[in-house]
Design a protein around this ligand. Structure first.
Ligand code: UD1
Ligand code: CA
Length: 505
C-alpha cells in the first residue's frame, strides 16, 4: 500500500493576519465545514497518518478536529516563525520514509492531486516533489518556481529581485519530502529574507543545489488556490458550492437559480426535487425525492420525506417533515418537531418541540409549542399554546379529530381529548373531554338600539364648552368633567380609570 510509507503534516498554526478578523482562518467554514477539516478529512480518506501543527487559537482548532478524527496528533508551534519552523516543531514524530506536508489553507485539493504527487515522487525516486500551478502574476501571495542553470528554487513573492511577472508557475504548498533529507537539512533553514521567517520552501533550493532530484507536479490553480484573505475565502467557497450543485444536478435535482443557493457539504437531496432561488440548505439536512423547496427558505439539520412542499421564506431547524406534508410560506418549525404525513403548517405559524399528527393543520398565525397533536386536528387561526409560566415549560396534548377554534389560548398543561371542539376566542385552561364543545369566553350581550344613543352622547360631550381648569402641577390629572367621562367609559366597556396620577416618563 503506497500510503503506508507516508505520514502527513498539516500546517495550521498561523495567525491569518491577512484575514484581519483576529481569528484563525482555519476555523472559517466553507459550505458549512471548517477549512481545516478539508485537509484532515482528505488525509483520513487516503488513510494517511496525520499530525497537525497548531498555534494561534490552538484549543479551538484541536477541539474542532477531535470532534471528527480520533487519530490526528497535535504539535504546538509556540511562536509563528514561518512554515519551515512549523515543520521542524514536528521532528520528534518523523518516523515514515516520506513526509507529506500540506498548508492548512487549501480547502479545494482533491485526493487525485496527492496520488499524482506520490506517483511522480516514487517513479522519479525524488527527494522533494511539490505541486505547482500556472498563474499569471496578479498578486504577490505565492512563492514562484524559478529554474535556472539546472537548479530549481521557490522564491517567495516578497523576495523577488527581478520582475516576478516572468515566473508564472506558483508553489501550491503541497510537498513530499524524503524524511532522511528533512532530518539532515531542516535545521539549516534560516530567516534571512524579506519576511524574516523560516521558509519551508528553502528546502527545495537546498535539495536541488545538493544534486537531489526535485520534481514538480502541475495541478489546476482552481484546486490548489490558497485562502489568505476573506475575498479568497469567498472565491474558494464559490468553487466548492458549484462543485456541490453540479453534483446534485447530476443526481436529478433541479436548481431554479443555482447561482444563489447556499449548500452545505453534508446535505443530501433526492432525485426529482426542485430547489428555488435564495434557499439555504445547511448542516445535516436530508431532503427526500420530488420535494419542492420554494425561494428564500432555510433548512438546517432538517429531514424531509418525499413529496414535501416547503413554501417561500420558511425556516426549518432540527426537525422532521414527513412525506406529503406542507410547510409555509413564512413558517418556522424548530427544536425536534415532527410534522407527520400530509400535515399542513401554514403562514406565520411557529412549531416548537411538537408533534403534528397525520393530516393535521395549522394554517394561519399560530404558535404550537411543546404540544402533541393527533391525527386530523385543526388549529384555528391565531391560536397559541401558552407553554411557559415564567419558570417551567408545560405540555399540551390534543387528540385525533379535535377542532380548536380560532384565536384560542391553550393554557398548558392541558389536554384536549379526541373529537372535541373548542369555541373561537376561548381561553382553555381545563381538560376538554372527548366529544365535548368547550367555551372559554365571556358571553356577548346586545343592547338593542343603543348604538345611536351612545354616539349622540359622545357628540354632545364633545361640543359642550370646555371647562376652564386651572393648570396644576400634573397636566394629566383628572379634570372636573371626570364624572361624565367615567360614564362614557363604562358604556364603552372600558372600565373605571384609577384616580392616581400617572407620571410621564
Ligand atoms: C506559502 C508558501 C508559498 C506558497 C503558498 C501556497 C512558504 C514560505 N510559502 O505561502 O511558497 O506559494 O503557501 O499557498 O511556505 N503556518 C504555520 N506556522 C507559521 C506560518 C504559517 O503553521 O509560522 C501555516 C498557516 O497556518 C497556513 C500555512 O502554514 O495554513 C501556510 O502559511 P501562509 O502564511 O498561508 O503561507 P503563504 O504566504 O500562503
Ligand atoms: Ca496561504
Amino acid at each position: 500500500m503506497w500510503n503506508k510509507n507516508l505520514q502527513a503534516i498539516v500546517l495550521a498554526a498561523g495567525q491569518a493576519k491577512r484575514f484581519k478578523t483576529g481569528r484563525t482562518k482555519l476555523l472559517e467554514p466553507l459550505c458549512g465545514r471548517e477549512m481545516i477539516l478539508y485537509s484532515t478529512k482528505l488525509l483520513e480518506g487516503l488513510d494517511i497518518k496525520t499530525t497537525l501543527v497548531v498555534g494561534h487559537q490552538k484549543n479551538e482548532l484541536i477541539e474542532t478536529v477531535k470532534k471528527h478524527h480520533k487519530n490526528v496528533t497535535f504539535v504546538e508551534q509556540n511562536k509563528q516563525l514561518g512554515t519551515g519552523h512549523a515543520v521542524c516543531c514536528t521532528k520528534d514524530l518523523w518516523e515514515k520514509e516520506t513526509v507529506l506536508i500540506l498548508n492548512g489553507d487549501m480547502p479545494l485539493i482533491t485526493p487525485q492531486i496527492i496520488e499524482q504527487l506520490y506517483s511522480a515522487h516514487h517513479t522519479n525516486k525524488a527527494t522533494i516533489s511539490f505541486v505547482t500551478a500556472h498563474l499569471e502574476y496578479t498578486h504577490h501571495f505565492y512563492g514562484r518556481v524559478v529554474e535556472k542553470n539546472g537548479i530549481t528554487e521557490i522564491v517567495e513573492a516578497k523576495d523577488f529581485k527581478d520582475d516576478p511577472r516572468n515566473y508564472q508557475w506558483i508553489n501550491a504548498g503541497i510537498y513530499l519530502i524524503d524524511t532522511k533529507f528533512l532530518q539532515k537539512n531542516s535545521h539549516l533553514i534560516d530567516n534571512s529574507n524579506a519576511s524574516e521567517e523560516f521558509y519551508l520552501t528553502d528546502l527545495v533550493g537546498m535539495a536541488s543545489k545538493q544534486g537531489h532530484t526535485v520534481v514538480t507536479v502541475p495541478a489546476s490553480y482552481e484546486r490548489v488556490r490558497g485562502v489568505n484573505t476573506l475575498e479568497e475565502l469567498w472565491r474558494a467557497e464559490q468553487v466548492k458550492r458549484s462543485d456541490l450543485i453540479k453534483y446534485w444536478m447530476s443526481q436529478g435535482v433541479r436548481f431554479v437559480k443555482a447561482q444563489n443557493v447556499h449548500l452545505h457539504m453534508d446535505v443530501s437531496i433526492g432525485a426529482g426535487t426542485c430547489i428555488g432561488g435564495g434557499v439555504y440548505l445547511e448542516g445535516n439536512t436530508v431532503i427526500g425525492k420530488n420535494c419542492t423547496i420554494r425561494e428564500y427558505t432555510r433548512l438546517e439539520n432538517a429531514t424531509l420525506g418525499d413529496n414535501v412542499f416547503v413554501r417561500s421564506h420558511s425556516v426549518i431547524t432540527d426537525s422532521t417533515i414527513r412525506d406529503n406534508a406542507e410547510v409555509g410560506p413564512f413558517a418556522h418549525v424548530r427544536s425536534e418537531s415532527i410534522i407527520d404525513h400530509h400535515a399542513s403548517i401554514g403562514n406565520f405559524v411557529e412549531v416548537k418541540k411538537s408533534f403534528v399528527g397525520q393530516e393535521s393543520k395549522a394554517r394561519h398565525l399560530a404558535y404550537i409549542g411543546d404540544a402533541t397533536l393527533g391525527k386530523n386536528v385543526n388549529i384555528g387561526a391565531g391560536t397559541i399554546t401558552c407553554n411557559f409560566d415564567g419558570i417551567q415549560k408545560h405540555e399540551t396534548s390534543i387528540g385525533d379529530n379535535a377542532q380548536v377554534g380560532s384565536n384560542n389560548t391553550l393554557v398548558a398543561p392541558l389536554t384536549i381529548e379526541k373529537n372535541s371542539y373548542t369555541a373561537a376566542g376561548s381561553t382553555i385552561t381545563e381538560t376538554v373531554p372527548e366529544n365535548a364543545l368547550a367555551f372559554g369566553r365571556a358571553r356577548q350581550m346586545n343592547k338593542e338600539g343603543y348604538a345611536p344613543k351612545l354616539l349622540g352622547k359622545l357628540k354632545d360631550k364633545n361640543n359642550s364648552p370646555k371647562v376652564q381648569v386651572k393648570k396644576k402641577k400634573h397636566p394629566s390629572s383628572p379634570t372636573c368633567s371626570s364624572k361624565s367621562k367615567a360614564r362614557s367609559r363604562r358604556l364603552l366597556g372600558q372600565g373605571k380609570r384609577k384616580k392616581t396620577h400617572r407620571r410621564e416618563k
